[in-house]
Ligand binder design. Structure first.
Ligand code: FES
Length: 914
């Protein structure tokens, strides 16, 4: 291109000339040509707003702005907000409010807020919510972001650096927060190795089909430049991956048969300029479409085709828990309730689609991509590619959300294959559509249950039965089928119980892990029945739950004797908000009008970590000769805060200030295995490993200096000073010999929570630690339109010990946002809602006022008493919303989401039945 074709624009105050096609997306120009990767891309369609930049002071989606339109304009990106290392007041406010969790939406939020503040430096809350309405966040629930914008003129001061031993319990800023608010964080698409090939996938448009790949050579020859194509025949290893070894069933590239829409059958790799513009619709593949199995009911029909030959009846696995004599209990019950409820397929909708890069480092294949499970990625990718695990290194990039779906392999074996075959680095970024069609979802469930109570309102028995549509491949279906029966009782005393859940194959999207592993679906049904029982017994709904809540020393439905049970405390903490909400609703409903106020309540419990299976974490901590304290932290932080929380625990266990900690990893070459970031296990399990490692290193130091347990440690340059009263010892770190990792003093400790396998009746010890919670929802139902407006949610969650209250609050708000979406708007339909325009998630304007109450009932096993929180917080939201809808309108919602037409139909049904 000639100089005359260059487009001139001003970017962050500097004039630049870009020689490129005038129709190119500004987002692409900023990222690829100018290296300004702070501008993120989430959808390339203007739906998510994460690419928001300022053009002549106005917020625009850079993905929808052609370069030509930016000619002569003044463009400002997130990189232009800070001055050198100094953050702007707005960025500082984001950091101090915990407004960046994963951080992928943060640049877009910052730019939208900057546009608002430049025209209105003192906006009202509603104005902020409106200004941010075009930028989606899937992590935070928006409250912290809105607060940060409101406080931007006078950001709160940075929390004082906690003294040694004072990190746990302090609301410190995220240790990894600065790069997120500065736009410097490296996500999956942000690292582009020099000369990297671009990889794209050919995917199935059919839910079920046989296929044959045609004359690839002729197709390649017809393209504008050299490209290469890879198919299943190129895969050198075992072309099957899966998160649970005995159920490994998913091909990296399908061989001759696809079982779901979006399944990859071939890869195209080559020069990015060529591959980017290829029309893949004429790739030579002949499809022979078959009737796919659309739902679990069809799949269970005796005449239905089998999705996998080895799984008769399309049943992947069934889980069961049985205790006492539930049938007798139900026949003896004074009050009896029963219901059938169907929940929707739910998309994770993280704002960062899957992305990453691969390259060779000598004989080692290096993959840097977004993930929740680096060690599992390494082992599974190595198997697919026929490599020894130590020839694969996984460097997790920052992950722009995950919520369970990034536990499964996605592009890792694909980019690994291309680099292995070509010897060249490569990169791949899923389009929003690729991400939504090919990755896992929340299991759609069809569940029936009955529950009974005695005349005094004590639950005497419950029977639960559920089909969980696990889609085409196993993924985490077995985990869901086993976890659901353990949890379907809720955190209540249920002496007679039988619960069964089946993971059923269909040709729908593969269902996997999604915040709660099936428990949110089961809780919807159980909490619905408990409202029915309370009504029949004539007992206030909160009091009914208090009456039946588990207490210390009670046995769970698995026969496990529980300790540190906090559900009673959570419900008690909600007593006043509940009473006030009911009174307010009475006042509102005393007025005439088409809007009715409703109040609902629901509880949760959730066992942290794998169900009755080993899931250890290992932490290494060491001091270098020059006095650095390095924490090898292999738990991926997908926004939930593991980097900060694990460091807080380790620092206090050792007795040095948090500010001394240097984080290393995660990186499979540098960090011991901390397992996967799932099932709310990192604070409990990796946190406990960090506690043990910190304590072990402290014990070494004290032994070396012959000091007592109460001694204080301080790092002073290369000297480690140990003081105990008047006594003082000094360790000259530089004088000690380093170990193989370069540390002169170090400790490495593992922790695996003590569990016991479940027997054939599901009796055993599935988890070592449980967390508890309950939420009260206040909402309005428009009786004419069927619309629902959630006004306030008061959430009380028992997390044992609040390691970092600010991050905990952020988890609660974010979980509630996802629960609200699940209840009211989210339904993934293949072929129809494969983008963030048709698939709706909550925006800032959809969110209610959220009041969080942190309950700290210590768990005897958890680190410093801590329990998990991440999954728990979503579970009560949807059932509490549904119960509030019923309270307001009489509508019993039996199919989710509660879209207006379903609410209206339920209102009608209720009034006809009345
Ligand atoms: Fe907003 Fe993760 S922090 S999407």
């Amino acid at each position: 291109m000639k100089d005359a074709d260059a487009v001139s624009l001003t970017v962050n105050g500097a004039t630049v000339a870009v020689q490129s096609a005038p129709g190119r997306r500004l987002s692409d120009v900023l990222r690829s040509d100018l290296g300004l990767t702070g501008t993120k891309v989430g959808c390339d369609a203007g739906d998510c707003g994460t690419c928001t930049v300022l053009m002549d002071g106005a917020a625009v989606c850079a993905c929808l702005t052609p370069l030509a339109r930016a000619a002569g304009a003044d463009i400002r990106t997130v990189e232009g907000l800070s001055e050198g290392a100094a953050l702007s007041a707005l960025q500082a406010s984001f950091l101090r409010h915990g407004a960046a969790q994963c951080g992928i939406c943060t640049p877009g939020m910052l730019m939208a807020a900057t546009a608002l503040l430049s025209r209105n430096p003192d906006p009202e809350r509603a104005e902020v919510e409106e200004a941010l309405g075009g930028v989606l966040c899937r992590c935070t629930g928006y409250a912290a972001i809105v607060d940060a914008v409101l406080d931007a003129p006078n950001p709160p001061p940075a929390a004082a650096c906690p003294r040694a031993g004072g990190a746990v319990g302090a609301a410190v800023e995220r240790l990894d927060g600065r790069p997120k608010v500065a736009g410097r964080e490296i996500f999956g698409a942000d690292h582009v190795p020099q000369g990297a090939l671009l990889v794209r996938a050919i995917r199935s448009p059919h839910a079920s089909a046989r296929f044959r790949i045609g004359d690839v050579q002729a197709w390649v020859a017809a393209q504008a430049g050299p490209i290469r194509v890879f198919t299943a025949g190129d895969i050198p290893g075992d072309n099957r991956f899966g998160v649970i070894p005995v159920f490994r069933d998913q091909p990296a590239l399908a061989e001759s048969h696809v079982r779901m829409r979006g399944e990859a059958v071939a890869l195209v790799a080559g020069d990015p300029e060529i591959v980017e513009t290829l029309d893949l619709s004429d790739f030579p593949v002949a499809w022979e479409a078959q009737d796919g199995l659309a739902d679990a009911e069809t799949a269970k029909d005796p005449g239905a085709p089998q999705v996998h030959e080895t799984r008769p009846g399309n049943i992947l696995i069934a889980g069961k828990v049985r205790r006492g004599d539930p049938d007798q209990a139900l026949s003896d019950a004074a009050h009896l309730a029963g219901a059938t409820i169907r929940t929707a397929c739910v998309e994770h909708a993280y704002i960062e689609p899957e992305a990453g890069a691969a390259w060779m480092d000598g004989e080692t294949l290096v993959i840097q991509a977004c993930t929740q499970a680096p060690a599992m990625d390494r082992d599974d990718t190595a198997r697919v590619l026929g490599l020894a695990p130590d020839r694969v290194r996984i460097i997790p990039s920052a992950s722009g959300g995950g919520f369970g779906s990034k536990l499964d392999l996605s592009l890792q074996p694909l980019i690994g294959l291309v680099t292995l075959k070509t010897g060249q680095p490569c990169r791949m970024a899923y389009s929003r559509r690729d991400s939504m069609t090919s990755t896992t979802k929340r299991h759609p469930a069809t569940m029936s249950a009955r529950a009974g109570a005695d005349a005094a309102g004590r639950v005497t028995g419950m029977v639960f039965d559920g089909d969980f549509d696990t889609g085409a491949y196993a993924s985490w279906g077995p985990t869901v089928a086993v976890r659901v029966p353990v949890h379907a009782s809720g955190p209540y005393r249920v002496p007679n119980y039988h619960a069964e859940a089946r993971a059923v194959h269909t040709n729908g999207p593969t269902s996997g892990a999604f915040r709660g592993f099936g428990v949110p679906q089961a809780a919807i049904l159980q909490e619905t029945l408990f409202d029915d029982l309370a009504e029949q017994a004539g007992i206030d709904r909160l009091r009914f739950r208090l009456l039946n809540a588990l207490r210390d020393g009670d046995s769970s439905v698995c026969g496990q004797v529980l300790h540190g049970v906090g559900i009673h405390d959570c419900l008690t903490a909600l007593q006043d908000p509940w009473t006030e909400a009911l009174e307010a609703a009475r006042r509102v409903n005393g007025r005439s009008g088409r809007v009715r106020r409703g109040v609902g309540i629901a509880s949760c419990w959730y066992g942290c970590g794998n169900t009755a299976l080993p899931n250890p974490s290992t932490i290494r901590i060491g001091l270098t000769p020059d006095g650095r304290l390095c924490l090898h932290q292999g738990a991926t932080d997908i926004g939930q805060g593991a980097n900060t929380v694990i460091a807080q625990i380790a620092a206090d266990a050792l007795g040095l200030p948090l500010s001394d900690v240097t984080l290393v990893g995660p990186d499979t070459a540098l960090t011991p295995d901390c397992g996967k970031t799932s099932a709310s296990r990192q604070t409990v399990i990796t946190g406990k490993a960090a506690l043990l490692a910190g304590a072990a290193l402290r014990a070494r130091v004290l032994a070396l200096t012959n000091m007592g347990d109460g001694a204080a440690l301080a790092l002073e340059g290369r000297r480690l000073v140990v003081r105990d009263g008047p006594g003082q010892r000094v360790i000259d770190l530089a004088a000690l010999p380093p170990d193989a990792h370069g540390y002169v003093l170090a400790a490495e400790e593992s922790y695996d929570p003590p569990t016991r396998p479940l027997d054939e009746n599901g009796q055993g010890v599935p988890y070592a630690v449980y967390g508890y919670g309950a939420q009260v929802v206040e909402l309005d139902v428009d009786m004419t339109l069927g619309t629902v407006k959630v006004r306030r949610i008061t959430a009380a969650h028992d997390l044992g010990r609040a390691i970092n209250p600010m991050l905990a609050k952020g988890q609660i708000e974010g979980g509630i946002a996802q629960g609200l979406g699940m209840a009211l708007m989210e339904e993934y339909i293949p072929g129809r809602t494969e983008n963030l325009h048709d698939y709706l998630i909550p925006t800032a304007g959809d969110m209610p006022d959220i009041r969080s109450i942190l309950i700290e009932k210590p768990d005897p096993e958890g680190p410093m008493g801590a329990k998990g929180l991440g999954e728990h917080v979503l579970i009560p939201t949807a059932p509490a919303i549904l119960n509030a809808i019923r309270d307001a309108s009489g509508a019993r919602i039996t199919r989710l989401p509660a879209l207006p037409h379903r609410v209206l139909a339920a209102i009608r049904a209720a009034s006809e039945g009345a």
